[in-house]
Write a protein that binds this ligand. Structure first.
Ligand code: FAD
Ligand code: SF4
Length: 401
């Protein structure tokens, strides 16, 4: 890569047009980098062409994960973790709106001049529309997940064009990996990165299939989440909540909807963000906060007085459930709804909670994804799967082929 003193070679490159086949081919997660002249760096920067989480962790956080520490192995480099929720939740946010609140606070205090986030198109509440928000209203218009692949980095050229020097980027793991790889080329004085975990993302068409296969009223869904009570919660336009147990999902129909990028992703916990806000390491109703470095601590402190917090907990043992899920997924097992509901209730009572639930989710996805890469891209397996993920997968017995 160039240093800032050298002429920026990327300025001569040209972003690709929408719809063209990207360098990572079917593994492309449409992170948006290739829509811009930063495509110049794609071979090094793309999360699916050059997995380099450990090197980028050292640059962003001052150290790599300690592979002898299981909390580091699972949750990445961190200096603090907690459960939190807003004392006054933002209506219509994905959870309680901690992400939007931090972004608004940073803008209002003049710490940043813009916030990269993703709104939705006028026609479709789930069609992502990345923007650089310059007002609190524009940040609020980006609240709630767009549960589809989103080209957040497609706005990168606007940073230089608008002469922005202090920026907050909100994004998921694959977007943040590419962002960190080109960070030095953006001409910024300060970059803040606020991440969310991410898993099992889909194209817009895949989302439609998921909604139609799983919800009783796909057209009125405004929000959904795979919750810690082992049910998918769909919120509808009229405020009603529909729940469907995980174990009752139509695995056969749904197996092919997840994007190949997400089936080969091992950065569930957004390793390279300064601060991560999710839910899976928290108990029901709470959000999960992972502070990775001093910048993340600074960002969290800005909103601390607006939050209730409590320590993280871990209860139960996930191992057997994960081991059983491996052949069940392969055999496309779908339980009848009564059995799925019963199993959901039992697991909710005695199953993993808090950080153990997060480990359950990480283990189930990493074992599935490891098998996906091994079967579909064997030549990439060794370099693409990070060492921490290999260590997690090694705990389980996987089929040989
Ligand atoms: P809000 O204040 O509602 O803000 C949401 C922010 O997310 C907005 O700023 C918006 O710009 C951004 N955003 C929305 N959609 C996207 C997108 N597609 N790509 C990038 N940024 C986006 N947490 C877990 O613990 N486990 C999971 O398995 C998990 N899966 C997720 C999958 C996806 C696709 C996404 C986007 C998030 C996921 N999360 C997961 C994070 C979680 O659902 C919440 O987003 C997080 O807890 C923040 O909630 P909030 O109320 O503070 O956010
Ligand atoms: Fe380009 Fe991003 Fe797709 Fe990789 S994932 S090919 S960097 S758009």
């Amino acid at each position: 890569m160039t240093s800032l003193q050298e002429p920026a070679k990327h300025l001569k490159a040209k972003g690709m047009k929408p719809g063209g086949r990207r360098p990572a081919k079917e593994l492309c997660s449409e992170c948006g980098l290739c829509d811009t002249y930063y495509i110049h760096y794609v071979k090094e920067a793309c999360a699916f062409l050059n997995q380099q989480i450990a090197e980028l962790e050292a640059e962003a956080h001052g150290r790599r994960r300690n592979l002898d520490n299981w909390d580091d192995v699972y949750f990445g480099v961190h200096q603090d973790m907690m459960q939190a929720k807003k004392k006054q939740p933002i209506e219509g946010a994905q959870w309680t709106g901690i992400v939007s609140t931090i972004a608004i606070e940073m803008l209002n205090r003049g710490l940043v001049e813009g916030v990269v986030c993703v709104q939705n198109s006028k026609e479709d509440r789930f069609q992502p529309q990345p923007v650089i928000a310059r007002t609190p209203e524009e940040i609020l218009a980006a609240k709630v997940n767009k549960p589809t692949l989103s080209p957040n980095l497609s706005i990168l050229e606007q940073i230089q064009q608008s002469n922005l020097k202090k920026l907050l980027v909100i994004g998921v793991g694959c977007q943040i990996q590419a962002l960190r790889a080109v960070e030095k080329e953006l001409g910024l004085e300060k970059l803040y990165v606020l991440g969310t975990p991410c898993v099992d993302n889909v194209t817009r068409a895949g989302l439609q299939k998921f909604l139609e296969t799983t919800s009783k009223s796909p057209d009125t869904v405004v929000y959904y989440e795979f919750m810690q009570d082992f049910r998918v919660h769909f919120k509808h336009e009229d405020g009603s909540v529909e729940t469907v147990p995980f174990f009752g999902l139509n695995t056969k129909e749904l197996k092919n909807i997840f994007a190949p990028s997400c089936l080969s992703c091992f950065d569930y916990v957004n390793s390279l963000a300064d601060l991560v806000v999710g839910y899976m390491g928290a108990t029901f109703g709470w959000q999960w906060i992972v502070v990775r470095n001093e910048t993340g601590q600074f960002m969290l402190d800005l909103v601390r007085d607006q939050l209730d917090t409590q320590p993280v907990i871990a209860q139960g043992n996930r191992k057997q459930a994960v081991q059983q899920s491996i052949p069940a997924y392969d055999k496309e097992v779908t339980l009848p709804m009564w059995a799925a509901k019963l199993m959901g209730v039992v697991i909710d009572k005695i199953g993993p909670r808090g950080l153990e639930y997060a480990r359950f989710s990480i283990d189930s996805h990493f074992t599935r994804n490891y098998l996906y890469v091994k079967r579909n891209h064997p030549e990439k397996l060794d370099a693409h799967v990070p060492d921490f993920a290999k260590k997690i997968v090694e705990q389980y017995h996987l089929p040989n082929s």
